[in-house]
Every structure is written in C-alpha cells, then in structure tokens.
Ligand binder design. Structure first.
Ligand code: SF4
Ligand code: SF4
Length: 275
C-alpha cells in the first residue's frame, strides 16, 4: 500500500511555526496535535526546599511561581529516548540565594542558578518576587521531567491547533462583482475587481460568511479533508520546529509500548489455551 504524506513549511519564527501536512486523516492529525500539547516530556521545577524566605509571599506561592518559569529542555535526551521511564530519575538543581541591598529589589528568573548548562530559565526577565532592603531568599528548586497532561508547567506548547486546508471556488460567470463577500470576510482575503478573487486562501477560517452574503451563489467554500494546516507555538522550553518531530517520536514510543503489550497478552492467552 502506498502512502504519500508531504509536509510543507508555511511560515516560521522563533516562537511560532505554521506547516501543512498532506495525505493524512483527521485521526492522525488530532493525535499529533494532542501529543504536542500534552505528551512531550519537558523540564519544570517540581519540588522546592526553602531555607529562608523573608519576602511577602508565602512559601507555597513562591514555589508555585518558580515552578511556572519555563526551563530549557535538552532535546537530544528526548530524541534518544526509547522509553519514557528513562526520564523518571533525571533531576537538575537550581538555587536562589539573594539578599536585597535596597528596597524594591525584584528577584528575576535569571537569579535562579542551575547546575546544568542546558536546563535553565528560558527568559531572564520573569519577575518572581519583590524584596525590601535586607530581606533574604535562600532556596533549592528541583527540576524534573513531566507531561503537560499532568500540569501546565510541563507543557512546552502554548498553542497546537490545525484546520482543514480551505478551498474557495468562485464562479466567474455568475459573479456580479458586487463586493458583498469582501465586505463580510473577517480576514479581508477577498478582493473584487472585474470579478471576486481570493488572496491568501490559507488564511480563510471556513466561516462561510461570504457564501451566505453572495446574492447569486457564485462563491463556494469547502475544504480538503486530507490536508491539514497546523499552527504551533512554544513557550521556549523546546525550540518550536522540534515540537512536531518530537510529537511523532513520542507517539511512536507509545505505539510500540501498545504493540508489545498486545503481543504479550496474546501470547499469555495462547499459553493458557494450550495448557
Ligand atoms: S469562509 Fe470566511 S474567512 Fe473564508 S473567505 Fe469566506 S468569509 Fe472569508
Ligand atoms: S458576493 Fe458573489 S457576486 Fe458579489 S462579488 Fe462576491 S462572489 Fe461576486
């Protein structure tokens, strides 16, 4: 059986990637979307030991704020994974040791010093707490791997969404060039000269307002249900272009686990039957 899957990059910057996958169905597209959001292991602070806290924040609130600081995750460790259990023992310690020399000193994420050159705060300028002159903060934070489905602090993707590839057909014979479709389009992608035409079809939200507004039924909006346009954004813990590939890698590990479990169950049944 032939499979003909193609991936096209539509746009990319440091935080966001837009790409098209051709030749898959909605079940696979949704599996990739969900794994990106909730199944890619990411480092986050999981335990905080506070030795001294003179700040106005209670220990629990302080620990919660520190846990939500995104940490860079080592993608080479993730790509070399054969089993998710391999990550359970890994831990990185970050320390925070500061005494305010003047009132209004803000403690930032950059004050968290990591023992690992890779696993450290993604951004240096996230405020954690404000200290008055002479107040001290001394703590150790333990970062561990976890999954977004267990807590948002382990979610590397802020956005993971897809839509079908839009197709907009305009019947030039019928079109009156009245411009009604262009007026209602929320994305302003319909232009009308002698007839209506669409620029940047990929931006269409499939709302079908143009179809409803057309007095002569000259415009038809539909979609290709084997082609999906994905939009993915990262909080910086994993570079955005690695989220889709890591999602497929993790999905593969999960499916291999499932396959092995089915094989051992069938084997057990066969043994019981032949006994
Ligand atoms: S379906 Fe909606 S977004 Fe797409 S072209 Fe029509 S009005 Fe614009
Ligand atoms: S609303 Fe219909 S007739 Fe008017 S410009 Fe658009 S497609 Fe043409």
């Amino acid at each position: 059986m032939k499979t003909n899957i193609k991936v096209e990059l539509n746009s990319r910057n440091e935080k966001r990637i837009v790409f098209t996958i051709k030749g898959i169905n909605v079940a696979l597209a949704n599996a990739i979307r969900r794994v990106i959001l909730s199944e890619i292991p990411t480092m986050a602070v999981d335990e905080v030991v506070i030795f001294e806290n003179d700040s106005v924040l209670h220990d629990e609130i302080l620990a919660h704020r520190i846990a939500l600081v995104p940490l860079r995750t080592d993608i080479n460790t993730l790509y070399s994974l054969k089993n998710l259990k391999e990550l359970s023992e890994q831990e990185v310690v970050l320390t925070l040791d500061i005494e305010a020399v003047e009132s209004g000193t803000i403690v930032y994420s950059s004050d968290l010093k990591s023992t690992d050159p890779i696993v450290r705060p993604v951004y240096d300028n996230i405020p954690i707490v404000k200290l008055e002159k002479g107040q001290k903060l001394l703590l150790e934070a333990y970062a561990r791997y976890g999954l977004g489905k267990d807590h948002a602090k382990w979610q590397a993707a802020c956005v993971s969404a897809y839509k079908y590839k839009p197709i907009i057909d305009i019947d030039e014979e019928k079109c009156l060039a009245c411009g009604e479709c262009a007026k209602v389009c929320p994305k302003s992608i319909i232009k009308v000269n002698d007839v209506a035409h669409v620029e940047e079809e990929i931006s269409c939200t499939l709302c079908k307002l143009c179809e409803k507004a057309c007095p002569v039924g000259a415009i038809r909006v539909h979609w290709d249900d084997t082609t999906f346009i994905f939009k993915v954004e990262t909080n910086g813990s994993i570079p955005v272009e690695h989220l889709p590939t890591l999602a497929v890698h993790i999905l593969r590990i999960r499916l291999l686990d499932l396959k092995n479990s089915i094989i051992s169950t069938v084997k057990q049944l066969e043994e019981e039957e032949s006994a």
